[in-house]
Write a protein that binds this ligand. Structure first.
Ligand code: GLY
Ligand code: MN
Ligand code: MN
Length: 442
């Protein structure tokens, strides 16, 4: 797997911020375990997002330990070099090289972690760890604490307080730094390119998995390490199944294709949805629905600006979608009634976005003290309204089984926002022109 470029100063600055936020105590942030897929084959390895945020280190069997206070320091625990294993599995950094290249104050073999933690925690007031994330690590933390408590008659004190280190890290991760925004812009450009490629490759008679293959090819050949989540390639009524991933049906002329796909590049996710006609031209009914979703998305993006509340883009999208449902005769009543009784939820049942970053549904609280939080420059989110119209007796027949979602990734700027995924076409004429040109080219 191609490794991200590592700028040690970026990670050192994040560790310094966390150390300041801790004030005192010890933090332990382990990476993810390797997972068996079947018998002795593993799933492709993906590091833990919190650990990576603080280290840039992608090897399994590693943990970061931070000692806060006057003599603060950052210690990496990782696998030792092992010439025999490296023949099979590839090169390992080993503690010494990891310390030099990644800028830690100390590095030690992972086998020494338990012994060293029991010593490091002596007379410390607090332990910060990702509690509840992994039962094995929770049990390990209790063993360290008990090992310190066992020395109480020698006058050694054990930490009194245990904090979830993720509470501090989630707040840090919510506002992206320049390095993160650079990764996210690059992930967005690759993902937008993959959507263009998918539109160009779509023809009646092809199968959804063929289009999935185009997306995965476009991600990987441009250096993305993974898809950020498994692509949704949903023809026709499957678009109304929000988490459809079987991607195995034949694409029929006259239907729409909804694609929700984004890559993960150097740890950061993109998340784009586009919906377009398999035959290259929208029908009247498809276009009517599509234009409502597009107008809702544009209204929501307008509301992404510093100082606006998290919910403002959602509220703006819901108003446009609800009016559209009334105009399409999907719902009866006034706009106020539809909003008040939330009858629009029959056709728009999800929210308009989520934080985006290292995780596709990224870290960070949406409310604080009961209020939706204010948007600030550097926050990154998706804007993804949709309309999902399942066939039913009370639904006008031309609208049956039309599902449309349009999703872009945006970063809150000094004024308004920057749309990271603008290179994926979404205006009706742009999409139709791209597909026509592709068909004419063969
Ligand atoms: N692709 C996941 C989402 O849109 O939230
Ligand atoms: Mn999304
Ligand atoms: Mn998505």
């Amino acid at each position: 797997m191609n490794k991200p470029r590592v700028d040690a100063a970026v990670y050192a600055a994040r560790r310094a911020r966390l150390l300041r936020a801790m004030g005192e105590g010890i933090a332990v942030v382990p990476t993810s375990p390797e997972r068996i897929r079947n018998r002795d084959s593993h799933y492709p390895y993906r590091h833990d997002s919190y650990f990576y945020y603080l280290t840039g280190f992608t090897e399994p069997e590693s943990a970061l330990v931070l000692v806060a206070g006057a003599a603060s320091r950052a210690i990496l625990f990782c696998r030792e070099r092992n010439p025999e294993r490296e023949i099979w599995d590839g090169v390992r950094h080993g503690p010494e090289r990891a310390r030099e290249q990644f800028g830690f104050d100390e590095a030690h073999p992972i086998d020494k972690l338990d012994e060293q933690l029991a010593a490091l925690l002596e007379n410390q007031p607090a332990l910060f760890a990702p509690l509840g994330q992994d039962p094995d690590w929770d049990a390990r933390a209790m063993r360290w604490l008990n090992a310190v408590r066992a020395k109480s008659r020698a006058g050694i004190e054990a930490p009194e307080r245990i904090h979830d280190v993720r509470t501090l890290l989630d707040e840090m991760r919510l506002v992206k730094d320049a390095h993160e925004l650079d990764c996210m812009r690059r992930a967005a450009v690759i993902s937008a390119d993959a959507h263009r490629r998918a539109m160009q490759a779509t023809r009646p008679g092809r199968f959804e998995y063929e289009i999935e293959a185009e997306l995965l090819y476009a991600f990987r050949r441009q250096g993305a390490q993974f898809p950020a989540y498994w692509p949704i390639v949903a023809g026709g009524k499957s678009a109304c199944t929000l988490h459809y991933v079987s991607n195995d049906a034949r694409l029929e002329k006259g239907m729409l294709l909804l694609i929700d796909a984004g890559c993960e590049l150097d740890g950061y996710a993109a998340d784009i949805t586009r919906t377009f006609p398999i035959g290259g031209r929208f029908s009247r009914a498809q276009r009517d629905v599509y234009e409502i979703v597009l107008a809702a998305q544009r209204a929501a993006i307008e509301r992404v600006a510093p100082g606006n509340g998290w919910n403002d883009p959602h509220d703006a999208a819901v108003r446009v979608l609800a009016q559209g449902m009334i105009d399409l005769k999907l719902l009866a009543g006034s706009l106020d009634e539809v909003l008040e009784k939330e009858t629009y939820k029959r056709f728009y049942m999800h929210r308009t976005g989520h934080w985006l970053g290292l995780d596709v549904h990224d870290a960070g609280e949406y409310k604080r003290s009961g209020l939706w939080r204010s948007l600030q420059p550097g926050m990154t989110l998706t804007v993804e309204p949709g309309l999902y119209i399942r066939a039913a007796d009370d639904v006008p027949a031309p609208l049956h089984d039309i599902g449309v979602r349009i999703e872009d990734d945006v970063v809150v700027a000094a004024q308004g926002c920057e749309v990271l995924t603008a290179q994926a076409p979404k205006a009706v004429d742009e999409i139709e022109a791209l597909m026509r040109d592709a068909r004419e080219a063969g």
